[in-house]
Design a protein around this ligand. Structure first.
Ligand SMILES: Cc1cc2nc3c(=O)[nH]c(=O)nc-3n(C[C@H](O)[C@H](O)[C@H](O)COP(=O)(O)O)c2cc1C
Length: 130
């Protein structure tokens, strides 16, 4: 857990990749996050989800959780739906061509995440006023 905390602490922004089980994020992911707090504070997070509906419900839950960590959860996300995921698993899941239809969304998400990452990193250098 100490190593996870140090790793998370080093980053100024995050992309959380989640599957979806029974309309929620995996318990293992939530459990890992629950061991952290200050490492996440005032940093942005974007999401990539996969599952029958692209992890949409898991991501919605994680956005609420992120607020409790005092993070900035971002709107732009990648949803890998079953109709894309299943053929990808049968072909080559590591081939970038398989997921080419998501490239524009990924670009939008990354540009947005970089803006928030840079902006909040600068903001964190200013202490909160009393
Ligand atoms: C018990 C079980 C429940 C699931 N529930 C959902 C669900 O609620 N929504 C969804 O989109 N996919 C659901 N799935 C599909 C999983 O998201 C999918 O199998 C995914 O690949 C699991 O990711 P993982 O293999 O990395 O754990 C479920 C799968 C299982 C086995």
């Amino acid at each position: 857990m100490a190593r996870l905390g140090e790793t998370i602490d080093r980053a100024d922004g995050y992309i959380i990749i989640t599957s979806e089980y029974i309309h929620g994020c995996p318990a293992s992911l939530k459990n890992a996050m629950d061991h952290l707090f200050v490492e996440f504070n005032r940093k942005p997070v974007a999401f990539v989800g996969y599952g029958n509906v692209g992890g949409a419900r898991a991501i919605e839950q994680l956005r609420l959780v992120a607020v409790e960590f005092e993070m900035a959860p971002l709107r732009h996300a990648i949803h890998i739906m079953a109709d894309l995921m299943i053929p990808a698993m049968k072909a080559d899941p590591f081939s970038p061509e398989v997921f080419a239809s998501l490239d524009r969304r990924l670009e939008t998400m990354v540009v947005d995440l970089l803006w928030w990452t840079t902006t909040l990193a600068a903001g964190r250098t200013t202490p909160l006023s009393d």
